[in-house]
Design a protein around this ligand. Structure first.
Ligand code: MLT
Length: 238
């Protein structure tokens, strides 16, 4: 039987968890949701970068690309786009390369790059993602990005939903996320309300991004499964 493992933070990964596995990076609020949407809206590729300074330098060397990202949820000075999925419309990103740096999500992507394949997971592409994993055939590790190096409820709920859909043999930490997801969803009467109860969702709502939270909670509406090619450092479609 195929196996599924999970970490609540990328900092918890040990090399063996990535070896020969598909790593699904999850940052429901908002990086991986935004990446899925940007690719769906026709972005040529996305280059995840760990720091704001490296992103600025890369954008200077690639003047046709779009400099995107956030710190503290807000677009850094001089950036073209922030991290709201609504900013990534077809009109803006179609055919473009996006250089993206976010506090946790792009960091988790880079920390997963020793996996056989890194895939971008969100609630929006949940069904297409699970179909992709089933077809791929390898064992899986789910990498929750967390928020400021702390475990985040929304990413654990996302991981729990993937574990639920796949039905693979779960490690203890994957089983914990599966049970936590069911418990939170029952307690709050639905995925959206459970996610809205998270501290990150509350912070985003206070910053005026309530629509982003709602968008991130729409399950299975996207067929887009972005893949991170760590060799070239780009996220693209198949
Ligand atoms: C991150 O990568 O930390 C997030 O996507 C933060 C955000 O909500 O913009």
């Amino acid at each position: 039987m195929r196996k599924i493992d999970a970490v609540a933070l990328p900092d918890n990964l040990v090399h063996e968890q990535l070896q020969d596995r598909v790593a699904v990076v999850i940052d429901i609020l908002r990086a991986t949701t935004t990446i899925v949407n940007a690719m769906e809206q026709g972005a040529k590729n996305i280059v995840p970068v760990a720091s704001v300074d490296s992103a600025r330098i890369l954008a200077q060397d690639n003047p046709d690309s779009i400099l995107c990202g956030e710190r503290g949820g807000i677009k850094p000075e001089g950036f073209i786009l922030g991290n709201s999925p609504f900013e990534y419309s077809r009109k803006v990103v179609d055919g473009k390369s996006c250089i993206l740096t976010t506090t946790n999500g792009t960091r988790a992507l880079r920390m997963s790059e020793d996996a056989a394949q890194v895939v971008v997971g969100s609630l929006r592409n949940l069904d297409a993602l699970c179909d992709w994993i089933k077809t791929d055939g390898r064992n899986v590790v789910l990498v929750c990005s967390g928020t400021d190096r702390r475990v985040s409820l929304e990413d654990c709920i996302g991981a729990g939903l993937i574990i639920d859909r796949l039905g693979y043999a779960a490690t203890d930490s994957a089983a914990l996320m599966y049970h936590a997801m069911h418990s939170a969803v029952n307690r709050f009467d639905g995925v959206r309300f459970a996610i809205e109860s998270s501290s990150h969702a509350k912070r985003l709502i206070n910053l005026g991004f309530a629509q982003d939270v709602q968008f991130a909670c729409e399950i299975g509406v996207s067929l887009t499964v972005p893949l991170f090619d760590s060799g070239v450092g780009e996220i693209h479609l198949d």
